[in-house]
Design a protein around this ligand. Sequence first.
Ligand code: NAI
Length: 257
Amino acid sequence: MNLADKKVLITGSTMGIGHASARAMLAAGARVALHGRNIERVREAIAELGFPGQSVAVGGDVGDPEQCRQLVEDAVAQLGGLDFLVCNAGIGDLSYPEAVTEEHWDKVMNVNCRSGYLLTKHALPALRQSRGAVLLVASAAGICAGPTDNFAYAIAKAGMISLAQTLSVELAPSGIRVNALCPGFINTPLIEAENRATNGQIHRFVEQATLLHRIGTEDECASTVAYLATDEAAYFTGVAIINDGGLTVQRSWGGRN
Ligand code: NAI
């Protein structure tokens, strides 16, 4: 895989899928703006990865509109342009429909869906110049109804898929491609926290509900993210790419309660 000269911004890259994806793209030669809420933590993540000359750090809360603008402008300025925007930062707070507060709903929608729109909007001047691409990290939970404790999350991720489709139509005349990635269960700090909160229920559920009977690894997700940054992926636009070990192929994953 060759990403030499590609300039990439990936949000939420201090750990999990974002961190592994940054590593994969750096190893392929990309220059990458890593991002997290805490800029010191981002610098630590860059040191862990070991590609200091190819990496820059940006910070900000993607739930905040002004910080979305600022972090994109900061990344574009430091990289000197932008070829590939990956909107990956997200939260997985569990909640049941009747227990969802307005505050929880707004937070999940803003971080997991609105951010994709705002980050893309602010990246447009740079992406128009590069005729670049956007990847919105959605979820298998946005493809078909999942467990009810994923209520607001699933709705936000379905919105993220629709956002990718809508933006792909809007931005095709500018030569900008937009896709969504829909991971199933991937073994990251987010899923580990959910697994602990449900007394191991998630791992048991994944073994039973996926065709491959196992959870996915961060690297199995990162390789897809990195591929979508290559010129070889130039014919992908407007699609939701499902990377879920056969979780949703039968169009239902049932409940896990
Ligand atoms: P994670 O919790 O391991 O990492 C999330 C990253 O996003 C961290 O760097 C965190 O600091 C950052 N982040 C969270 N909220 C933020 C905010 N408001 N502002 C700025 N940064 C913020 O999560 P993981 O598992 O790596 O997930 C990455 C993406 O993949 C998320 O959008 C998640 O919804 C999605 N996803 C994950 C799946 C999984 O099984 N791990 C399955 C389907 C989708």
